[in-house]
Ligand binder design. Structure first.
Ligand code: PLP
Length: 419
């Protein structure tokens, strides 16, 4: 039976935030450099490449700055000065920030292949969309393994730019997520093993067939494409920089899967706000804690858990090496959370009229966990003067699971009047 918004809010959402629901590790290797972006980060995420991504993506049909919400009541409940939440649920109609990275990387891969064949330099997306290079693009196949949103972005990019696309998914990807990707006309390949198996199979098949892997994670020998993916994400931080003109946040909570989005945003906020940039706290599921483990050992490490988590899109076994190069210098702390914190956080945001999915709500859960534990509050320097920035990376990307966890359909969240 579906519940009303009143009914679902009868429990106190903060009850689950006991001292056992989370733990954190301050980052011993964070850079003390103040004003200017650390040179290693500049090397990976150069200002020019960021501007190139921004000016390209801003020209895409359907580009719109996503909303930044002010959460006054939740700030009072958590005893902080204010909270802003960047809401990526509407990005390009794809339901998550991922629309920016995968599709931009598809564009960059295609423009390079076109340049190789024709000698034409700086091919832009309008040229590709106009069909001028159709004879080339229709014979190119892009491939990725995914558990949801990245694959959707690659499939969407492939359709936009007129190339072939194959998306590999593992045994646990829900039917709902599979369907949402297949809608873009790509070929879906379901692999019987876990995420790592789907990555391996995509790689083997690509090598055999001369397809092009467009992955969001970097590993030895595969660095360029994930860099494009992260460059695509930086537009999100540029928007925040334009939306918050005064009262720069003191803390930003970012979600961590392989680390790409947290790395891109922390790098760009450093570039924008320099020595006034906020402390960066990266939030992960305890069952998929590769960034937290990397912080503990001060080098890239594997997750210690079985990767089974309600935060489906944060279920990563290994960090992206490029992301770690950035986060090891730019993140102040890494936090892990148990799954029980997620549904109450999704419901609390629903009460504010914000649709935030299982991975999207992880940052509010991380903030609540940090605030409710006196030790983490002190250790992370959070008090009643703190100004918090949260990133909600997705809406109801699996509407079925959303309804199961929140109690009502996502479209009702927006239309139900708030009390
Ligand atoms: C909705 C959502 N949030 C967060 C993430 C984590 O991003 P990253 O793997 O770059 O850390 C993902 C990754 O797929 C995602 O889809």
């Amino acid at each position: 039976m579906s519940k009303t918004m009143d009914q679902i809010m009868t429990d106190t959402w903060l009850d689950v935030f006991t001292t056992k629901c989370s733990t954190w590790q301050n980052n011993a290797t964070v850079s003390s450099a103040k004003k200017l972006l650390h040179p290693k980060i500049e090397e990976i995420m150069s200002a020019d490449e960021g501007l190139r991504a921004k000016s390209e993506i801003q020209k895409w049909d359907g580009y719109k700055v996503t909303p930044l919400h002010y959460l006054e009541k939740i700030a009072k409940e958590l005893r902080v000065a204010d909270i802003h939440l960047k809401d990526e649920s509407s990005r390009f109609g794809l339901g998550s920030f991922k629309a920016l990275g995968g599709a931009y990387a598809v564009f960059r891969v295609l423009s390079q292949l076109i340049e190789k064949q024709t000698g034409d330099k700086n091919v832009n997306s309008a040229d590709i969309r106009s069909g001028s290079y159709q004879t080339i693009t229709k014979n190119i196949t892009v491939v990725t393994a995914t558990d949801g949103n990245h694959g959707k972005s690659v499939a969407w990019g492939a359709r936009e730019f007129g190339c072939q696309c194959k998306i590999y998914i593992h045994r646990d990807v829900s039917k709902g997520r599979e369907q949402a990707i297949a809608e873009f006309g790509c070929e879906m390949v379901r692999v019987s093993g876990n995420y790592d198996h789907s990555v391996q199979q995509a790689d083997i098949d690509s090598q055999k067939n001369n397809w092009h892997v467009v992955s969001d994670t970097s590993y030895p020998g595969y660095m360029d494409v994930p860099k494009y993916v992260m460059q695509g994400y930086t537009i999100l931080a540029s928007e925040i920089g334009e939306q918050i003109i005064d009262k720069i946040p003191t803390h930003v909570f970012l979600p961590g899967g392989v680390g790409g989005i947290a790395a891109a945003i922390s790098a760009e906020l450093w570039r924008i706000w320099g020595e006034n940039r906020p402390k960066v706290i990266v939030v992960e599921p305890e069952a998929a804690d590769c960034l937290y483990q990397s912080a503990l050992s001060a080098k890239p490490a594997q997750s210690s858990g079985n990767l089974e988590t309600v935060m489906a899109c944060l279920s990563a076994g290994e960090v992206s090496l490029l992301a770690w190069d950035i986060l090891s210098r730019s993140a102040n702390a890494f936090m892990i959370l148990n799954d029980q914190t997620i549904a109450p956080s999704m419901r609390r945001l629903a009460k504010e009229g914000i649709v935030s999915g299982e991975s999207g709500a992880a940052t509010l859960a991380g903030l609540a966990a940090a605030c409710q534990n006196p030790n983490s509050r002190i250790s992370l320097g959070i008090d009643e003067n703190s100004r918090i920035l949260l990133l909600s990376t997705e809406g109801a990307t699996d509407p079925h699971i959303y309804k199961k966890l929140v109690g009502i359909d996502a479209d009702k969240v927006v239309t139900t009047p708030l009390i």
